[in-house]
Design a protein around this ligand. Structure first.
Ligand code: GLU
Length: 393
């Protein structure tokens, strides 16, 4: 008989619930069901034509072979330009690593540095893969609970209280998935003060949603605000969410040389380089026109406002206004007695034709996340279905 034992590391983790729910929606649709998927976060806008043209031109020019593991010189330069222009972080191209999606960047930095027993401080609700990657590395998640009242932002006092001698990483994500939590420069300067007292703590700043901020002022990020901490901050960005390029699978990270080298060593045994054609497309995204991003952001803002108002009008559901990204974390506590838990609620909504992701997948509870990166009419139909599903007995 085949021994089907899996590794202890794999046994510690669950499948990604954002991906699992989306796969389920694909399957049901393929079987003829009418399912609206608000489970995955990806812009519905078409990838910009100049990006598609760059990918096509790369293929026709024979750019179809391996590149350096860390990425092409052109893309590392373009990414360095992006980090400077859009995030205010000065970085040399040699301090940039190109990976297969931001998710791989997160995986590499954590698995390259964590040892059993290390602790990782994560404000909750968090993006679904953070906790699983920490568990895969045999490290511990230290959850810092946040609430709608603070717009899901952790305070400097909460951070200080969460740090112990075992703390190795702090994971920040601003604007954040799944809540839209967005830290101000003042919030981050408060964190920097705390971090200066704890020199062993590394910081991952996942800034993938930086262009999707609905408030005033420039994007605030720790590496730009606290250059004295640069030797221990990794900033992650990309083109997936900003330029509607989720399928290209390109993520970029910028940080200290020691960490970039460690991550590159690990990547050399996993994917090697990210897809060559996608790298050419990402150069066009970073160096081409950026003005349409403002138009896209305004369209997301209009959807956000419509979705928040419609959700809050459904009895027993509530959501604060997210300050960034394209997700709403919906509280459904009054419905929990009926459903038992939020997974059962998510399955019930799926039966009524809408795929969402249960809050518990994100270290939250009693609710669900919806992505509002969908067409206005589709969002309207989805919310009407949610309202009907919660009415029915
Ligand atoms: N980051 C997106 C989401 O949360 C894409 C899916 C994933 O990789 O988890 O929906």
């Amino acid at each position: 008989m085949t021994d089907t034992t899996i590794s202890n590391a794999l046994a510690r983790i669950q499948p990604s619930q954002t991906n699992a729910m989306t796969d389920r929606a694909f399957e049901l649709r393929a079987a003829g069901a009418d399912i609206i998927s608000l489970s995955v976060g990806e812009p519905d806008f078409p990838t910009p034509p100049h990006v598609i043209e760059a990918a096509t031109a790369a293929m026709l020019a024979g750019e179809t072979r391996y590149t350096a593991v860390a990425g092409t010189a052109k893309l590392r330069e373009a990414a360095a330009l992006h980090f400077q222009r859009d995030l205010g972080i000065t970085v040399a191209p040699a301090q940039v690593l190109v990976s297969t999606g931001g998710k791989q960047s997160v995986f590499l930095c954590l698995t390259a540095t964590l040892n059993p027993g290390d602790e990782v401080v994560v404000p909750a609700p968090w993006w679904v893969s953070y906790s699983e990657i920490v568990h895969f590395s045999d490290a511990e998640v230290v959850k810092v609970a946040t609430t709608p009242a603070s717009r899901f932002r952790m305070s400097a006092e909460q951070l200080e209280a969460a740090i112990t001698p075992k703390t190795r990483w702090l994971l920040l994500n601003s604007p954040g998935n799944p809540t839209g939590a967005t830290y101000s420069a003042q919030d981050l300067l408060g964190f920097a003060e705390v971090l200066r007292r704890h020199p062993r703590v590394l910081v991952m700043s996942d800034d993938i949603y930086a262009p999707l901020r609905y408030g005033q002022g420039p994007h605030a990020t720790l590496a730009a605000l606290a250059p004295d901490l640069a030797e221990r901050i990794l900033t992650i960005s990309g083109v997936s969410k900003s330029h509607a390029m989720t399928g290209f699978r390109i993520g970029v990270s910028a940080g200290p040389q020691w960490l970039i080298s460690a991550m590159t060593r690990l990547q050399s045994h996993i994917t090697g380089n990210a897809c060559t054609i996608s790298q050419a497309a990402a150069v066009a995204a970073f160096t081409g026109p950026q003005d349409f991003l403002l138009d896209w952001r305004e369209r997301f803002r209009a959807r956000r406002d419509a979705v928040v108002a419609a959700i809050n009008a459904i009895p027993g559901l509530s959501t604060p206004v997210p300050d960034g990204a394209f997700y709403c974390m919906v509280d459904a506590t009054p419905h929990m007695a009926r459903f038992g838990d939020d997974n059962a609620l998510a399955m019930h909504l799926l039966e009524h034709g809408v795929a969402v992701v249960a809050a518990s997948a994100f270290g939250g509870q009693d609710g669900f996340r919806i992505s509002f990166a969908a067409d206005d009419a589709v969002l309207q139909t989805a919310i009407a279905r949610i309202a009907k599903a919660l009415e029915s007995q």
